[in-house]
Design a protein around this ligand. Structure first.
Ligand code: SF4
Length: 421
């Protein structure tokens, strides 16, 4: 099979993995002295871009192979799937990365793989690609490698030495889901892999504090992905697992990827992809947990374990807790201000800064471009009309208007979704 055909198959097969945003990576040309390497990167957003359906493709995003000995029922690459197969050699991935980089098509590599023979064998090949890029080609662009759950610590160590970020995919939110839909996988194996990466990452950071010449290890941390809508698990299950991973494994990001039905899949898997707005709501809720002080358990209830598709999670929480409002903009602590719909972290920062000098007035909030139609009913501020409505009227007020469905819808990018939280 020629390289172009392999590329077509293996780039297409990689599109289902959402865990590949590269922000946060910083890499100079590797302490090579005067010798110049390829691919200095800096700060944030170095290589984000998304296909029209929202998948990140700015990195050269490939599978080493879509042959896989596992049989995850939601996956097009499972062993029983009748999909065209291909496999790159290590040399071929290195060649493509360097050639694409030199032509300015990409700024880095995202490399995942089906399981070839065993987790160790697969991890060894992935790590070797990264080693070759760094050592033989002097390539210092962004490299994100898949961490294969069950691979040995030595191989994870080798991979993390050359990769910027790694991701062991948890895939599904509960062990019961994994048993049913991905029988060769287990939460325990994913957990052990993540723990090994977390500990080594922390150790390397400490070593580098003592000596700047100590080797780096996975400097952009680790992330994971969960497929949404393949099982009956609720948003509450998904958010609980995600927040446990943030706290326990210190993940940088959890990515949520809507299940895409695959040809020939079992009849008991959903026939349709879940509404894209569900993925959107999960990203918003994830954002609230990470930056707004919400606990995952607060964003849903035992009676309604899925996020509202009508309202964003912060507004939903506010509508369920009318007694919490109005929040006094001039006296409330930061954690309460962060709960006001329409107040982002930047607005709250500005309010706190201004409060040190004088009282904040409604005109100040407007000057900060606060959406007063959202925030107004939930705050008390001098000069502002305090709109106190009964909870049921407030719900009515924020009810979305009926809309004719569009024939063609545009899918938002992950970063655009986050901005709407
Ligand atoms: S391990 Fe499972 S999810 Fe990953 S490629 Fe194989 S079948 Fe697909």
């Amino acid at each position: 099979m020629d390289l172009a055909r392999k590329l077509a198959i293996l780039a297409d097969a990689a599109k289902y993995d959402a865990s590949c945003a590269s922000s946060g990576a910083k890499r100079s040309n590797g302490g090579m002295g005067k010798a110049k390497g390829l691919g200095d990167t800096d700060g944030v957003g170095i290589c984000h871009s998304y296909t029209p359906d929202g998948r990140c493709v700015s990195l050269l995003k490939l599978l080493l192979t879509n042959w896989c000995v596992y049989d995850c029922r939601f996956c097009v690459n499972r062993v029983t799937s009748d999909t065209p197969r291909a496999r790159f050699t290590v040399d071929e991935v290195v060649f493509l990365t360097i050639e694409f980089y030199k032509r300015n098509y990409i700024e880095g590599l995202f490399l995942s793989s089906g399981i070839i023979q065993s987790p160790d064998y697969t991890m060894e090949q992935l790590a070797e690609v990264a080693r070759r890029l760094r050592q033989d080609e002097q390539f210092f662009g962004y490299v994100h490698l898949k961490a294969v759950p069950g691979a040995s610590e030595e191989l994870l160590e080798k991979a993390g030495r050359y990769a910027d970020r790694m991701s062991a995919n948890v895939e599904l939110p509960t062990d019961a889901d994994l048993k049913k839909l991905a029988p060769e996988k287990s939460m325990r194996a994913v957990d052990l892999t993540m723990s090994a990466l977390r500990d080594r990452h922390a150790e390397a950071k400490q070593e580098r504090k003592k000596s700047r010449s100590a080797p780096r290890f996975m400097p952009a941390g680790q992330s994971t992905q969960m497929v949404v809508g393949a099982s009956a698990s609720t948003d509450r299950d998904i958010l609980t697992t995600a927040s446990n991973l943030y706290a326990g494994q210190r993940l940088k990001r959890v990515y949520y990827s809507a299940y895409s039905p695959v040809l020939g899949a079992d009849g008991d898997l959903p026939a349709m992809t879940p509404p894209l707005i569900r993925e959107h709501r999960l990203y918003q809720a994830d954002w609230l947990v990470r930056f707004y002080g919400f606990d995952a358990g607060e964003l849903t209830t035992a009676d309604a374990p899925d996020l509202s598709l009508e309202h964003d999670p912060k507004l939903s929480w506010a509508l369920r807790h009318p007694a919490f409002f109005p929040v006094d903009v001039n006296t409330a602590p930061k954690r309460d201000l962060l709960r006001v719909p329409g107040f982002g972290t930047r607005t709250v920062g500005r309010i706190l800064k201004l409060r040190k000098r004088r009282r904040v007035r409604e005109a100040d909030l407007r000057a900060m471009r606060t959406p007063m139609n959202r925030a107004g009913p939930f705050i008390r501020v001098p000069g502002g009309e305090v709109i106190r409505e009964k909870p049921e009227l407030l719900v009515q007020r924020f009810k979305p208007s009926d809309q004719q469905m569009r024939l063609f819808t545009r899918r938002l990018t992950v970063d655009q979704l986050e901005q709407t939280a």
